[in-house]
Design a protein. Structure first.
Length: 378
């Protein structure tokens, strides 16, 4: 009996707690008037005769309305340049509460005429847009790239608040081009016709990367030919040159192993019984490696001052390997793997162009990572 009483008490207590949450009573007690209105409205939409939700809505709405109106007056009297955005926010919250109540027939019996501030909200948005617009103009007057970038975002916020506010769209365009850094990438020079094809391919990879670059809208890359054709005056010039490269350094190493294996059938007796013995062989293993490497220098120069602003060097290495073997003696002394190696023949290495291209692959990865790192937050 005691256990049943405790269970009923627990269920009763749980229902009280759940009821308080769903009607908004707990939110009201904590001073979260908006949440209290939202919860009571939701409860009355599902249970129009819930007396507790009715009482909560009546008290919570009045408190929420007065709270927002107080915040609006305080914001209007403040010195905050962007105070109209706070005013706008509170008018939006008031209007949202009114919309929630108007969509709940049972709620309209409790709050027949919820307040809406349509004109006031429009005026607040207009004033907020004006504040952002003026801030953008102030940044533009500073006549610097970083200030122009800030101006761009201020005009963007202006248009989000008021899409057709004055000439904000044109000013945003002006700010963008004042903030942009134009980077011209000079083509790689390789003083060897033998590797021109591979160097051209490496250049194409870089050109494709800069064509797709979009991490920072305020940085635009141009190829040299493109910049010349469009008469672009660069802010920076990015130069790429191979300080040094070596293709086809060949190394051949021979390793000789003496092999023997016991308990191998080497014959048979007259009565056909196997004769066991030891077999021997000399295995010569040849290992050939062809190493190609280079060092790419990247330098970024300020076009106006001709000062070097960044320089990095990126190494790259590629090693082509081949191996084969030969033997003398009894092949039964060799393992299956060793025997398979003796059947291989020395392979022809890739042509120099291909070797050149291979060592540029790790260089390319380092290069684009560094370009991204430097310009992404430039």
């Amino acid at each position: 009996m005691k256990n049943n009483s405790r269970l009923r008490y627990f269920i009763y207590l749980s229902l009280i707690i759940i009821g308080g949450c769903t009607t908004g009573k707990n939110a009201l007690q904590k001073g979260d008037y908006d949440a209290s209105v939202e919860k009571s409205v939701s409860r009355l939409q599902n249970s129009p005769k819930n007396s507790e939700a009715m009482e909560v809505l009546k008290n919570a709405y009045n408190l929420a309305l007065q709270n927002h109106l107080r915040k609006i007056e305080e914001a209007k009297m403040s010195n905050d340049l962007f105070r109209w955005e706070s005013v706008m926010y509170d008018y939006q919250k008031i209007n949202q509460l009114a919309d929630d109540i108007n969509n709940c027939p049972a709620c309209l019996a409790i709050v027949p005429n919820p307040s809406k501030y349509i004109t006031e909200l429009a005026d607040a948005k207009y004033n907020a847009a004006g504040a952002r617009y003026n801030a953008g103009l102030d940044y533009l007057r500073e006549n610097s790239r970083q200030a122009a970038k800030k101006a761009y975002y201020e005009f963007e916020k202006t248009l989000n608040l008021r899409p057709n506010y004055k000439d904000a769209k044109a000013k945003m365009e002006d700010a963008y081009w004042a903030a942009v850094t134009r980077v011209v990438i000079q083509p790689i020079l390789v003083n060897s016709s033998l590797y021109k094809l591979s160097a051209d391919y490496f250049q194409q990879q870089i050109d494709q990367y800069i064509a797709k670059y979009s991490r920072n809208k305020f940085v635009i890359f141009y190829g040299e030919a493109q910049a010349t054709g469009q008469k672009i005056v660069p802010d920076q010039v990015l130069s790429l040159n191979f300080d040094d490269f070596v293709v086809g350094q060949t190394y051949v190493k021979e390793r000789v192993e003496k092999l023997e294996r016991d308990s191998v059938v080497i014959g048979e007796t007259r009565d056909k019984k196997p004769v066991y013995g030891t077999v021997k062989a000399t295995l010569s293993i040849f290992e050939k490696s062809i190493s190609s490497s280079g060092l790419l220098d990247m330098s970024i120069t300020d076009w106006k001052t001709r000062k070097l602003v960044r320089q990095q060097k990126f190494p790259g290495t590629y090693v082509w390997r081949d191996s084969w073997a030969s033997y003398k003696g009894d092949d039964r002394a060799l393992t299956k793997q060793q025997l398979a190696m003796t059947k291989r023949r020395e392979q022809l290495p890739p042509p120099p162009n291909a070797l050149f291209l291979e060592f540029t692959k790790p260089i390319y990865n380092q290069l684009v990572d560094d370009i991204s790192y430097y310009y992404n937050n430039y």
